[in-house]
Write a protein that binds this ligand. Structure first.
Ligand code: HEC
Length: 136
């Protein structure tokens, strides 16, 4: 085999090797976009980058109560203080708002944490408490 033919074969093998690795590369749209995106992002001083904040609107105390708390607190299930019943709430309210909120948020005996509304914010739970302690 003469030298030029051997070099030609090496070149061909190299070419084949690289072409297959290119084919094997991630061809997904996001990967391609990633590879072809412009280098560096221009950010002009003084212009704040747009931040999209997604917050779910707070639910009212009544809405939270109706959906999550009513099942126990309407009837007094398992000794739950009944909604709007001043006698049931008197001693509990006298503990102070902070304790009341803590017990509702973290759970207390048969009272489940957040009344099982794990997506509820602390404020929504507190709104529900305010709704249920209001005398009927
Ligand atoms: C599975 C039944 C159940 C559900 C649902 C439930 N509770 Fe209760 N809750 C109880 C029981 C039982 C108690 C009384 C616990 C005790 O005093 O031992 C209680 C007590 C409370 C108290 C008084 C805590 C204290 O310190 O005396 C608050 C406040 C309260 N619940 C708020 C809520 C809120 C707000 C919700 C809905 C988001 C809710 N509960 C849902 C059963 C429930």
């Amino acid at each position: 085999m003469d030298l030029s033919l051997r070099l030609w074969l090496i070149a061909l093998c190299t070419l084949l090797f690289f072409s297959t690795t290119t084919i094997a590369a991630d061809m997904s749209v996001s990967a391609i976009n990633d590879r072809t995106k412009p280098v560096g992002n221009v950010h002009l001083e003084g212009t704040a980058p747009a931040v999209v904040v997604t917050t779910t609107p707070a639910q009212t105390g009544q809405a939270v109560y109706d959906q999550y708390c009513a099942s126990c607190h309407n009837s007094g299930l398992m000794g739950a203080p009944k909604k709007g019943n001043a006698d049931d709430w008197a001693t509990r309210v006298s503990q102070g708002d902070a304790i009341l909120a803590k017990h509702a948020i973290e759970g207390f005996n048969a009272m489940p944490a957040k009344g099982t509304c794990m997506d509820c914010s602390d404020d929504e739970i507190i709104a529900a408490i305010n709704y249920m302690i209001k005398p009927n």
